[in-house]
Each structure stands twice: as C-alpha cells, then as structure tokens.
Write a protein that binds this ligand. Structure first.
Ligand code: SF4
Ligand code: FES
Length: 254
C-alpha cells in the first residue's frame, strides 16, 4: 500500500506545532499502524529527518500507551481496537491519514504524538488502591463474590488507561476512566473499606485536570476496551451517596 501521512510535529510543549506530510510507501496491509510508523521513521532517519515520536510498549492492546488520533478518531476507525492492533488493511491504498496526538488540556503535549498522561496517575494515587493487607493468595472461595459483581468488576478492570475517552470527549472529561477505576474496586468486598473516601478523592482529583461530563457518550464509542458509560452512572451514584454519608459523619462529630 502507498499512503500519505499528515503528521503533527511539535518539538515540545513550549513551541508551536505543525502538520508535516510524509509518504508511507510499500506498506504491507498486514502491518499494524505502529509498524507502519516504524517503517516511515526508518525512511525519515535514512533521509536525516528527526523520526516521529510516538508512545508504545506492549503493542498488544494492554498497556494503553499508544493512543493517537487518526483522521479525527481516537485509535482510528476500527471499534474496540487500540492503535497498536489496528491493521493497515483497515485503510484504502492511496488514502491520506491525518495523525495527531490526543487533544485535551489535561494531556499536555510532550513531543509530536506523545502526551503527558500523568494526570491519570494522580487520580489513581488519590484512591485507586486498597489498603487492606491481602497477604498470600487466598483460597478461591474464601471471600464470596456474586458472579454478576465479579464479572462487572472485571469489565471495569479492563480499562487500560489509554486516554481515548478524554480525547474523544468534546469537554475533555475523564469520567469514563475514573468511573472504571472506581468501579472495579467499589464493586468487590475488598474495596468496601475505602469505598466512600475513594470515590470522593478520585472525583475531586479528576476535576483538577479534566472537564465535566455532559453525557455525550463519545467516550464509550472511542474506548478500545468497550467500557460502558453505565459505569459513569455508578460513579455519580456512589459520589452522591458518599457526600451525604460524609456530611452525616461530620454532623455526628460535631
Ligand atoms: S475507559 Fe477506555 S478509553 Fe478511557 S482510558 Fe480506559 S480503556 Fe482507555
Ligand atoms: S502499545 Fe500497549 S496498548 Fe497499544
């Protein structure tokens, strides 16, 4: 396949960026999108041009580092697929692909297609953990967990923290990510001890960096792991309950 890339180039967050056009020639339809960028980078390096910076690690859809906008869509046009698992056969020979970094104020640009997603780490630090001593691996049935709760927690836990939900949202909101990270702990017995402090701390931290959710639903459509916006409803439910509970506790202390 021969394609034309329009790629966002930006040296760092303090300088202006611009689109540059590069040919991507002789690309096998069976390569992944990132492998196509590898080929283009080899050609750029050969011609003395700085290679395109992009983030990647696992290249199998589990680490969440590879997100880019392709023709205006987070992770490209294939539903439920991270950019590293997107094959070039998804595109037409001769097509022009516009490749950009995530566009969100919560994800400042570091270089080219690489953005700083550490705001997600701050949200996790605020409450995305359990402080109970887990000890060694318990016997499987020692803590009874209803099947439905276990399955739903597992669905939430499949969030890879890629940030596509934020990039796709017109408000740059991080509700889907935060909701998934709250739910996978709040649904399980092990997560109950900190359930009410967790949800408030993580939502408050989220609001320091990201916009507000107005239920556009773009996040769910862009999510490579199919995380449902039902989790946002669960997040809001727990947040309101936590606020009421915490106010009662303050009243009792007074
Ligand atoms: S909710 Fe989906 S889109 Fe958002 S960070 Fe998690 S995996 Fe990525
Ligand atoms: S490189 Fe890990 S999810 Fe794409």
């Amino acid at each position: 396949m021969d394609l034309r890339l329009q790629v966002w180039r930006q040296s760092n967050g303090a300088t202006a960026g611009r689109f540059e056009t590069y040919p991507a020639q002789g690309i096998s339809p069976d390569t992944s999108f990132l492998e196509m960028l590898d080929v283009v980078n080899e050609q750029l390096t050969h011609h003395g041009v700085e290679p395109i910076a992009f983030e990647h690690d696992c290249r199998e859809g589990i680490c969440g580092s590879c997100g880019v906008m392709i023709n205006g869509l987070a992770h490209g046009p294939q539903l439920g697929t991270a950019a590293c698992q997107l094959h070039m056969r998804t595109f037409r020979d001769g097509q022009t692909l516009v490749v950009e970094p995530w566009r969100a104020s919560g994800f400042p640009i570091i270089r080219d297609l690489v953005v700083d997603r550490s705001a997600f780490d701050r949200i996790i630090e605020a409450g995305g953990y359990v402080s109970v001593s887990t000890g060694s691996a318990p016997e499987a049935n020692e803590i009874p967990v209803p099947k439905e709760a276990a399955d739903t927690a597992m669905d939430a836990a499949s969030c890879i923290g890629c940030g596509a939900c934020v990039a796709a949202c017109p408000n740059g909101a991080a509700q889907l990510f935060t909701a998934a990270k709250v739910a996978h702990l709040n649904l399980l017995p092990q997560g109950q001890a900190e359930r009410w402090t967790r949800v408030v701390a993580m939502v408050d931290e989220m609001e320091r960096y990201f916009g507000s959710c107005t239920n556009h639903g773009e996040c769910e459509a862009a999510c490579p792991k199919g995380i449902s916006i039902d989790f946002i409803a669960m997040l809001n439910h727990d947040y309101i309950r936590a606020k009421v509970k915490n106010r009662r506790l303050v009243g009792q202390a007074g």
